[in-house]
Design a protein around this ligand. Sequence first.
Ligand code: GLN
Length: 539
Amino acid sequence: MHSKFIFITGGVISGLGKGISTASIGRVLKFKGFSSTAMKIDPYINFDAGTLRPSEHGEVWVTEDGGETDQDLGNYERFLDTTISRRHNVTSGQIFSVVVERERKGEYLGKTVQPIPHLTDEIKNRIYEVAKNTKSDFVLIEIGGVVGDYENILFLEAARQMKLEGENVLFVHVAYLPFLSSLGELKSKPVQHSTKELLSLGIQPDFIICRSDHMIDNVRKEKIAMFCNVSAESIISNPNIENIYDLPLLFEKQDFGNKILKKFSIEPKDSDSSLWETFINSLKNPEKSIKIGIVGKYFDIGDYKLPDSYVSVIEAIKHACAENAVKPEISWLDSKEYEKGPSKLDELKYFNGVIVPGGFGSSGVEGKILAIRYLRENNIPYLGLCYGLQLAVIEFARNVCKLEDANTTEISNDCKNPVIDFLPWQKKIIQENKYGATMRLGGQIVKIKNNTKAFNIYRKDSVVERFRHRYEINPDYVDILEKHGFIFSGSTPDGSIKQIGELPTHKFFMGAQFHPEFTSRPLKSNPMFNEFVKACTTS
Ligand code: GLN
């Protein structure tokens, strides 16, 4: 089947969970027996998300092929259960730079290079390239921002042109209906206005997804239908839900999948949501709950941005918990508090397990190291993700190996014992200020050592996990660390870079130089998270 294209636009306000709606459309089409892939268009000028601060823009998602992208690609991978390339995150910066580069090479043969058609052609090329490479039945394209924004207009124009040029295109508009408590009523006027804005750009939505606190009633559906020029059955409710993974089932209940297929004149091949339902049931009917602490430097971020900055870690915990029939209760533990005095550390004993996630720079690091020491000494399950492994090594070097002033050169360039140091080729990159896309990135082979906990977890000699780091465990210190009982159970195939560390006598103490959260899927949790959760359930 020639790929069909579904554009997803946003209306009224940002932050409506368009990414989850997009991903859920893909899942619903999967219930019907069709393959989908998804793309995210970000109107910002940054070339990619690698240089964006997570506290401002949410987590940086790392693709298998080494892209640093918008976190929505993570939602697509999780909901669609498919690997998505960096090419699926298009930014204005990428489009502009390609066109300017071509102009400088004289490739436009003296023509005036203009936003339309040159930028819009490049946008369309990027979409067609994804369709060609993935051969998916459906390509879902989420356009970032809100209709009416100045920045995304060229992307909407490219989408309009695709339909005009005869491609099979549908438009889904996700817009917000505010609930006015003084009236006890959902108001539809903002949706009407944002649809009008879309119509003025030459785009008639085929479906309107109404984001709101409540389900949309028929009266409002009729009204929106009338004013927005769509049928009432093309209006889909997307009320507040407890769990993002419920949305595909909520869409399915409204027959959204079949309605989409009907617009494309396609018959469903299947109708099977049973695996997804089983997953939801295990999420919703846990046998017990476990308390998991995530230690970070949250003071700088503020409460609002927390879940967004660590979205993949939270989702990986949920997947592993669903598989173990337990419910996670997640607490954010501010490492800076531990630096004020050791008494606060005692709160850690109330947790079944603790995670130190990825991070950069010196802020809050000493507090994290104190926490790791407490977890090691008190036999509390610990999972270290990237920086979480490096800091565990520093803690062990200082307190067990008695290596004075052990540190990472990321923080202290002239420390006495640089147990964590630059990956050799990274030094030059930083000296030249080349920050964008220059870390060790993406899927890399991890060789697993026999007779270790890591081997018991993965049950394979090697796996591929995703990385994003500049520093590594300094090879000069591996011997002394191992002599004192720290086991490096994973490494690069040639053994040169250590990639997993563990303490065999501890209940569960493991750190990974990679980010196992990026390969966790709802129906297939990451083995390392799974084992961590198992250890938490018995402690
Ligand atoms: N800052 C560390 C490094 O660059 C860890 C990075 C991370 O946690 N992703 O190696």
